[in-house]
Structure formats: C-alpha cells, structure tokens
Design a protein around this ligand. Structure first.
Ligand code: G1P
Ligand code: ZN
Length: 542
C-alpha cells in the first residue's frame, strides 16, 4: 500500500457545534477543508489498529465526494475495515446501530440534519464513538485543537462503487457496502409489537409519513409499507434527493405544513408523522391533534411498557433543559429518576451507557432510547403506533387521558433566525448580567422566583458544562429559557422557550398561544429582543 502524505495548514473555524462541524457546501469544497477535519478526527480518536469505521450520510449534495475521500483516508490511516451504506445512505440512528452491531471504533456521519441541502446550502461531518453516540465534548475539543495544528493528511489511491452491495479493497483495507436499512429494520421488529400494528392496519388504521425527500424514505417504505402493511403511498416524498427536493426537512409546523394541513382536514387519517434530513427527529400529529415533542416524550414514557422492548419498565427518563417538565411528572409517577441535561444528544450517552436512563428526549423533536445512542425519528413513530394499536385509542384521546392525569405543560419555542451575531451576543450578555436582579421582579401578572445560567454536572463522569442557557422561573411554575443555537451556519439564532403548566384540574383545552401570551410579553421586556435584534416576531414558532 502506498500512502501519500499531503502537506496542509490549519484552517480556522473547524470547531464542531451542537452536532458536528456544519458549514456551507462551498466552505467544505475548499481544497483540504474536509480532509483537514477528517484527518484531525483520525489523529485524535481512540481506534485500535485495524479498527472498523462506519461511513454514511443523509444523501445530501457533496455526500459522495466526501465519502470517497474519507475511504481513501481511512485506508491510509490504518483502519482495517470500512462499512458504508449503499449509495452513501445511513440515517443517523441507523449509523449508530451499525457502529454498535459491528463493533466499530466509530463512524463518520455526513449530514447537516434538518438544514437545507444543495450546492449553495449546508453540509456537515459528525464523528460518533464506539458506543454509537456523538463524540463527547472532550473528544470534539481534541479534534478542534488538532485542526489548529494539522500539517498533513494521508490518503491512498482507490475508488469504490458505493452503489453496489459487496466487498472490495482499498489499500490494505476492506470496504463493505451494506444495506442501510436491513439491520435497523430488524432492530425495530425486536423492539415493537409489529403483529399488533399489522392488526390495526388491517382494521383500517391509516397514517401519512412524510420523509421530506431526505434519508428516512427507504427506511419508512421498508418498515411501514412492506413489513407493517400500510398501503403503498403511505410514505410521501420517500426518495432521498441531493437537494431534498428543495424542502427544508425540519419536521415542524412550518416546514411540514402540508402534513399538518392534511391532519387537520376533515377525513384526516388516524396518524401523521415526519422525520428530518438525517432521520433522527420526529413530528407526531394525530387526527386534529398536534402533539408537542415535549408531550410526546412524556406520553411515550408513560406507555412504553406496552412495547415488548420496554415491557420490563424504564430505568429513568432524561430530557434536555429547555424541554418541558412533562416527562418529569411521568418519572415521578413511575417512581424512577429524571435527568435534566444541556441541549444536544451527546449529553444522554453517559446516562444510557450507565443504565441510568432508558428514554430521552428534546423539545426539538428528538426522542430515543437505549436501543441506539442517537435520537431516532422512526423509533418514536413506531412506539406511538405500538401504543395506539395496543390501547385502541386515538392520539387525541390518549393526550386527553395523559393531561387529565398529569396536567398539561403548554409549550412553544420561538426562533429568531440569522440575527446579527454581535446583537445576539449583546442580548445574552445583558440578560446574563441582569439575572441576579430578576427574582422578585414582576412582568405583567408574572413574578420571577429564580433566574440562572444553566450548568450541568454529569453524574457519570463528573464533567461540568457551563453556560448552557438562561432560565427564568416564575412563582406560578411557568418558565422562560433563552439560548443561542449551536447548529446554525449563518449569524446567530436566538431560541426562546416558553412553558406554562396547568394542573389536572386547570384549563386543559386552550390555545397554546393564549396560554403563553404573558410569557411572550415578559420575554421581550426582560431580554429586549426587539431592541437588540430589531425583530418584532419570531421567524419560526414550534
Ligand atoms: C438543535 C436543537 C437540539 C438538537 C440539535 C441537533 O440544536 O435545539 O435540541 O440536539 O439541534 O439536532 P441548537 O441549534 O439549538 O443548538
Ligand atoms: Zn437530525
């Protein structure tokens, strides 16, 4: 094997964010850009000689170029085997499962998740470790540090046909092109009661799944249509396209509006769902009933024992800090611990590995369990289907039953996108400085009980992550959280998370916007959103 050493020099800004390194495709197309980052990964991560590396992505533009190069580099860097999804396809949860199943030392997931795709849009590279989960901060910091000193990258010659399943050799390394769906579909069959769902389908239960022209299409067609018997056409936009068909595959009420409208129309099917670019998120809408992701986490946790994979009960429930406290109420009722982590799936990994939590979720439409180490869109859809099939209830009836027992956490997230970075930083700095003066202050009918900057201490490895968002708690139990996105590629995105709790004997059937109106006004007054950003309303409300 002839290894070529290509001299290079550090490129600024290769710092992984909430979920890997994300930049515009044009940035990734600069000479050496992807190579520097991938070499930095190979230089610092734990990998025994001859280790296995998994490579796959969400099928977006530039995927194939980077996969071909990553294979040449992996061979030069001493990997023994690369597993790559056919056509370069692996959803993020499927990649996590493949890493775990085949004992890989890690994987490169090529995705910018829900960000749009195409030559002028976004690309990303994320490294996952041997447990199948996103690299923890210590690893991403080390990768970043290495990008700042890197002086060469290594490659061998060679090309692989990633469209044909089979084995070939590059340098001294084996490359196996695998079916991206098979292992994942088998795992889902082990976790869920497919027979019960099939009976419901035979009895007329109908759904729509919108794959948003991104990676989940092949998974959804195989599982929902072929294995569960939903009629052909149940999966919409089921072919992954390099530009996602121009869609913005973020499964929320703005970008999945067609699905929402279909579910609110007369004669809507029983169940509607969507996933995002790389398949780790989910949107759940029943006939005439939208379920917030925070509620979905709580409702799934309360009923998970109805699925064979969770029949033994849950060990604990974890949620990210901005996610509503609905799941905590379920944990309390089940007598199991609940955990509050910073935003980003990487913080759940330790809890899952240590057996402290079984189910995890984020308000950003991410839910998952200890079956992999990523959030998992189709998993959430299948758990919902399993529960509805066994309970014989509609989504709306299940939600009402849940709120009657636990109360309702009215919830919304307001996003202000592409805000000037300096303005967003000034807003956060001013609010941080004001935190200690907030308790006792009134904002309309609301009175502040406590305010802080969230800091997390990992109960497993003792590491601390500070500055994870600003929390303002009111005496009535309502809450506002402010944080800046760590996944954007242009300017800053301010996220404002609003939550108002109503106990079981309170108002269960009100409009969310009405229930949150006082909080929305308070958020602007205390943070000066309009003053700093010039914006009078959010770009996206989810
Ligand atoms: C966003 C979501 C977060 C999620 C991440 C990766 O991060 O808010 O919950 O884990 O995408 O999918 P943010 O842009 O807020 O940093
Ligand atoms: Zn995603």
């Amino acid at each position: 094997m002839t290894v070529e050493t290509i001299p290079t020099s550090p490129i600024a800004g290769q710092k992984p964010g909430t979920s890997g390194l994300r930049k515009k495709v044009r940035v990734f197309q600069q000479p050496g850009y992807a190579e520097n980052f991938i070499q930095a990964v190979f230089d610092v991560v734990e990998r025994p000689a001859g280790a296995t590396l998994v490579i796959g992505g969400d099928g977006r533009f530039h995927n194939r170029v980077v996969i071909a190069q990553a294979i040449r580099m992996a061979a030069a860097n001493g990997y023994g085997r690369v597993l790559v999804g056919q056509g370069g396809i692996l959803s993020t949860p499927a990649a996590s499962h493949v890493i775990r199943t085949y004992g890989a030392s890690g994987g490169l997931i090529l995705s910018a998740s829900h960000n749009p795709a195409g030559p002028d849009e976004d690309f990303g590279i994320k490294y996952n470790i041997a447990n199948g989960g996103p690299a923890p901060e210590a690893v991403t910091e080390a990768i970043y540090a290495r990008t700042q000193t890197i002086d060469r990258w290594l490659a061998v010659a060679g090309d692989v046909d990633i469209d044909s399943i089979g084995t070939s050799v590059v340098g001294d390394m084996t490359v196996e092109v695998i079916d991206p769906v098979a292992d994942y579909a088998a795992l889902m069959e082990r976790l869920f009661d497919f027979a019960a769902i099939r009976r419901a389908v035979a009895g007329g239960f109908r759904m729509i799944f919108d794959a948003m022209s991104a990676v989940t299409g092949p998974y959804a067609v195989e599982i929902l249509e072929r294995r569960l018997g939903f009629p052909a056409g149940t999966v919409r936009n089921g072919t992954p396209l390099e530009d996602f068909g121009g869609h913005h595959p973020d499964p929320n009420l703005v970008h999945a509006k067609d699905l929402y409208d279909a579910m609110m129309a007369p004669g809507a099917p029983d169940f509607g769902a969507a996933s995002d670019g790389d398949g780790d998120r989910n949107l759940i809408i029943g006939r005439h009933r939208f379920i917030t992701p925070s509620d979905s986490l709580a409702m799934l946790a309360a009923n998970a024992h109805l699925a064979p994979g969770y029949a033994g009960g849950l060990k604990g429930i974890a949620r990210s800090m901005p996610t509503s406290a609905a799941a905590d109420l379920v944990a309390k009722a089940l007598g199991i611990p609940s955990y509050e982590t910073p935003t980003g799936w990487k913080f759940f990994g330790n809890l899952l590995d240590a057996g402290l939590a079984t189910i995890c979720g984020e308000e950003s439409a991410g839910t998952g369990s200890d079956h992999v180490r990523e959030k998992d869109g189709l998993w959430a859809v299948l758990l919902w289907l399993n529960i509805l099939a066994v309970r014989g209830l509609s989504v709306d009836a299940l939600a009402r039953e849940h709120w009657a027992r636990f109360g309702r956490n009215y919830y919304a997230r307001h996003d202000y996108e592409a805000v000037e970075t300096a303005a967003a930083n000034a807003l956060m700095a001013e609010l941080t400085a004001a935190l200690s003066s907030l308790p006792g202050r009134a904002f309309g009918p609301l009175s502040v009980a406590a305010a802080d900057s969230f800091s997390y201490s990992d109960p497993v490895d003792g590491s601390t992550s500070a500055n994870q968002g600003l929390r303002v708690l009111f005496t009535c139990g309502s809450r506002i959280v402010f944080r800046l996105s760590g996944t954007g590629t242009e300017g800053a995105t301010l996220r404002v998370y609003l939550e108002a709790y109503q106990p079981p004997d309170g108002a269960m059937d009100r409009e969310t916007a009405d229930m949150l109106a006082d909080l929305i006004a308070a958020a602007d007054t205390m943070a000066g959103i309009t003053r700093h950003t010039g914006r009078t309303r959010p770009d996206v409300v989810t």
